[in-house]
Write a protein that binds this ligand. Sequence first.
Ligand code: FAD
Length: 572
Amino acid sequence: MSSPAVAASSTSRSIVWFRKALRVHDNPALLAGIKGNAVSASQPVFVLDPWFCKPSRVGSNRMRFLLESLRDLDASLRSVGSSLLVLHGEPRVVLPRACKSWDVNLVTWEHDIEPYAKVRDLAVRGALERAGVECTSVSGHTLYDVDEVLKKCKGPPPTTYQGFLKIVGSMCEPAVATGAPEKMPKPFTGTFEETRALVSGVADGYGIPTLEDLGYEALGDEEGFPARGGETEGLIRLRKQLARTEWIAGFEKPNTNPTTRFHALKQSKPKPKSPFEIAAGGGKGENPRTDANTLITPSTTALSPYLKFGCVSPRTFYHELKAVLAALDGKHSKPPTSLMGQLMWREFYYVVGAGTANFDKMEGNPICRQIPWIKDKELYAAWENSQTGYPWIDAAMTQLRQEGWLHHLARHAVACFLTRGDLFIHWEWGRDTFDRELVDADWAINNGNWMWLSCSAFFYQYFRVYGPHSFAKKYDKDGDYVKHYLPVLKNMPSKYIYEPWTAPLDVQRKAGCVVGVDYPAPVVDHASASKACVDKIAAAYDAHKLANGTAKPSQNKSTPSDDAQPSKKRKL
Ligand code: FAD
């Protein structure tokens, strides 16, 4: 199979296979693919794999973020003389065909630790190498090369943050981030007809589709995750966040507010320089997705989707943050709660995820406590669809479905409620919901945190439970967050906003929200449900100790305490 548009060549022709790392700055796979422009031609390619492109697997917020990131990457590549070719089809089919048809002898990509990616990459590598194509896979998604860290572990990876820090502390600092190439080798694509001929017989289709093309419902600019995908937006947002020096200095994750919605930071908005800029603003209210000047942010950076897709290099984040901290002369918060500490949590989960068998399952996972979770579809559906009757939980799950993002402590609250706090449902089910809905869904981090929150690994104080009616009150007395995401409760007096079933019937009627009619009654009684959960986990822990020959008196406190409120001492 050969394309009329491509003349055979003995000189080096490469494909840079983008998957994550949707950026041109600090991209080791991109640099390896162009070899300092020593290759004669190079084609950046993204393969839109049908395995991912379905609403049941990847929610619309994440898919839109991906498509926006691809458009941005294409624009960045065009500015340096190249372009992104998005091919539709299965990578293991499309890439070998492309290499044969385009006479390619080198393919480069970024190493990926996720199970699906590992199987896919092995299949692609096998097919390409059998055809005599050189394959180069390089580390770039994390600060440290995960394989290097695992070698240093000399055994299973550490399951504690401090143990992890000790290991990476003995390694060289993360490499300095590199810039974008100033000029790219010429791509294989050309005019519309040439590109069509190039792709013919290689892929099922090509080009960046719309959400609707992929069978998703369209999302308006005012809807969904409140920022655009892509490297350009990611770097702007990173630098705006890092310019908030005082905020960075005092950043303590447990003190950030889970009920703060994305909002405009007015002070960061520069004055329009000219009447044209004023006119361009159109005098409209701020639109988080189109207003380039204002930083729209929750109480943390909301950079997770940009890290997930590699629109922002973790090394760029790390070194630019380090420079900000250096200027503060030691007067700043420290890991694990500081902003730098958050980047290290990401590394931690990558290392333990990559080095643990069956990390995404309870069974066969050596670090995961075996707990007899129930699989109750009705309760699970109530949780997933904001029908638990606990407004804070239901509002958070609404934010997740609508925007594809949740603050870390809101993730804590809903995960605790689903698993060890109230419903005793398997953490793998909650993980699946997050995996579909989150813009930042990340295999290692998501599984790791679900194990943490369900007290299956890393964290074992199962008797400390988040009160689904009391936790958010500490941050948002009047329940503005709840009223925003659950408008049915917007007229409920503050006194009852977190427990509307306790409001007298006439108050419920006056508020236009009668519990059991307009809004569900609680699916479980928190006090008795959390006690039952604690008892069951205590029994599972005892069984674990017996099986491991470490039986000691149970940690069980017969009543759970609603004191999972984070304190500075808690490691988040
Ligand atoms: P910031 O506080 O601004 O932190 C900066 C960056 O550090 C984040 O973007 C993220 O890359 C990293 N980070 C922060 N907290 C953590 C953490 N606890 N573990 C690992 N890395 C962290 N994060 C994901 O990126 N993808 C997921 O799929 C994911 N699933 C989660 C599931 C549960 C049940 C819980 C409790 C947490 C999960 N997290 C996940 C971790 C965390 O909630 C998010 O990374 C964070 O809320 C993203 O917001 P931010 O960018 O504003 O974070």
